[in-house]
Design a protein around this ligand. Structure first.
Ligand SMILES: [Zn+2]
Ligand SMILES: [Zn+2]
Length: 165
């Protein structure tokens, strides 16, 4: 498994305007992720590449799995993330600062793919959308059992305390 997404454009150059499908499996760096102790695995990029002379249109989707720990209950989490992808790669020089370029017959889409994954990450990694988290009082996992701690009363009391000067 490579750690880069590099499209060989030779065939595209011969077939201007025709979409050609490519699939890449790669293993990216973990430091891309905004969460501690998380790992990004098995990136699969399914891309349709069209040579529009001189620019190259790349679209498709990226699927990857993220494993780490739930933000609320600290349980192990493994989530599959699917990201739509659509970028234009300019020949040699980008039209703007954020644009991507290709040189010669090789189009390196690694950075574009990684950027897209990072942008699409949910802000919190959760084991499930309605994870109840840990009890603030006794620390038990509220998804597994109800500890019966009276946390509502405590919160109301804390709120009252904050009102006083
Ligand atoms: Zn959780
Ligand atoms: Zn409790």
């Amino acid at each position: 498994m490579s750690d880069k997404v590099i499209v060989d454009l030779t065939e595209n150059f011969a077939r201007v305007g025709e979409p050609i499908d490519f699939t890449f499996d790669c293993k990216p760096a973990d430091e891309l992720l905004p969460y501690p102790d998380a790992h990004l695995e098995n990136i699969r990029a399914q891309l349709t590449v069209t040579f529009l002379r001189p620019n190259v249109d790349v679209q498709g989707k990226i699927v990857c799995s993220v494993s780490g720990r739930c933000d609320r209950c600290l349980d192990d989490v493994s989530a599959q993330i699917e990201v739509p992808f659509h970028q234009v790669f300019y020949k040699d020089v980008a039209e703007d600062e954020d644009g991507y370029v290709y040189t010669g017959s090789k189009l390196d889409a690694t950075k574009a793919v990684c950027d897209e994954i990072v942008l699409s990450m949910p802000t919190n990694l959760l084991c499930k959308p309605d994870c109840k988290g840990l009890c603030p009082k006794c620390g038990c996992n509220l998804n597994e059992r109800q500890c019966g701690c009276d946390t509502a009363k405590e919160n109301a009391f804390a709120a009252l305390k904050n009102l006083k000067f």
